[in-house]
Write a protein that binds this ligand. Structure first.
Ligand SMILES: NC(=O)c1ccc[n+]([C@@H]2O[C@H](COP(=O)([O-])OP(=O)(O)OC[C@H]3O[C@@H](n4cnc5c(N)ncnc54)[C@H](OP(=O)(O)O)[C@@H]3O)[C@@H](O)[C@H]2O)c1
Length: 337
């Protein structure tokens, strides 16, 4: 495993970040990743050299469970070895039914949530604190001022921004600059080989401003591993996989464009004696204009081991271009969703 600077910050992170969205998450009668499995996965991630862990206050059932599992595991580890990221915005139900101030990016909610997050993780600071979404109902100046104070207080090292439009990111950076607030140094967009054009403007801002990019769902929720097939207009995959547990799977991750991109990824994987998951992740790691650290979300230690294999392969320029071009039909039109 190699380590690089997280964007233009002085913090070094592994080539992959480990995502913990499914920790303690109840889907129907199943807990997708229970406490023991979560701890095994964290052990495996650490053994593979991953030092960067991504969570959010709302991960798990009830919310906060993912942070709790990580905090318990960290009890037996040296916190300073890890780069920990968490998030705030969504209604938080971990203390009971959410009230009117239990969501969004107002000062009251953010200040309360950071305390809960630090407590569950068993740490007195976060390396990265993301706003999980943009809040239309709170002036961005209030949010930035609040986050800036958290940095001054030593509770947060860097600010992060997840899932927003390019203009919103640009506006936030401008407001930080003119008001002398800490800026968002780390970003977290949905970004994978079949979802690039949709975030092109956003990624241009990141490249220009030298912001770290940590793509989430880098395997399109597992679609780009190649374990799903199209059968009679339906997406069919192994029993118990995310498509089985998440009814939004097809809408979120599968597209006409995606099948074409996957075909090319499969072809490149065969040439490299690698797997489609490894090629898909490598395509992100090798983004030339960006400081890019994909957040992998494995459910088993075998999946994680396979995904870490992405750090040991290399794509040729020609292979990268074939994957890029697979988004377009022969006449140059982009395949629809
Ligand atoms: N900021 C945001 O709004 C946001 C949104 C989503 C995610 N995230 C972050 O990004 C992280 C990753 O997201 P994600 O879980 O959607 O990532 P992903 O890598 O696109 O999908 C991960 C899922 O794909 C399947 N998978 C992974 N590797 C595999 C392999 N080698 N072979 C077969 N199946 C494999 C597993 O699901 P099954 O085995 O169940 O099929 C796994 O849970 C999350 O944990 C979270 O930290 C952030």
């Amino acid at each position: 495993m190699e380590y690089h600077n997280l964007g233009s910050t002085g913090t070094k992170v592994s080539e992959l970040c480990f995502g913990t969205w499914r920790f303690g998450k109840e889907s129907g009668d199943t807990v997708e990743t229970d406490r023991d499995e979560a701890h095994e996965l964290l052990d495996a991630a650490w053994e593979h050299g991953i030092n960067f862990i991504d969570t959010a206050n709302v991960y798990g059932t009830p919310h906060g469970t993912s942070e709790e599992y990580i905090g318990e595991w960290l009890d037996d580890h040296d916190r300073s070895d890890f780069v920990l990221a968490s998030k705030v915005y969504f209604p938080f139900d971990g203390w009971g039914e959410p009230g009117p101030n239990d969501s969004g990016l107002g000062r009251k909610h953010v200040r309360e949530q950071i305390e809960g997050t630090l407590d569950r993780l068993g740490t007195d600071y976060l390396d990265v604190y993301y706003i999980h979404r943009w809040d239309d109902e709170t002036p961005i100046e209030e949010t930035l001022d609040t986050l800036d104070t958290l940095v001054s207080e030593g509770k947060v090292n860097y600010l992060g921004a997840s899932t927003m439009a390019a203009w919103q990111l640009t506006k936030a950076l401008w407001k930080s600059e003119v008001n002398g607030f800490e800026r968002f140094d780390v970003t977290q967009p949905l970004f994978h080989a079949a979802y690039r054009d949709d975030v092109a403007d956003y990624l241009d801002v990141c490249a220009d401003q030298e912001l770290a990019v940590c793509p989430y769902s880098p395997l399109a929720g597992g679609f780009l591993t190649g374990k799903y097939e199209k059968q009679g207009g339906e997406v069919v995959g192994p029993e118990g996989s995310r498509a089985d547990m998440d009814e939004r799977f097809e809408n979120y991750y599968v597209s006409e464009r995606g099948w074409h991109v996957l075909d090319e990824i499969r072809a490149v994987a065969e040439e490299l004696d690698a797997t489609p998951a490894q090629v898909s992740l490598r395509w992100l790691i090798e983004q030339e204009a960006l400081s890019c650290t994909p957040i992998v979300g494995a459910r088993t230690t075998d999946q994680l081991e396979e995904n870490v294999g992405a750090t040991a392969i290399e794509l040729s320029t020609e292979q990268r271009e074939r994957i890029d071009d697979a988004r377009y039909a022969e006449e140059g039109r982009r395949y629809g969703h």
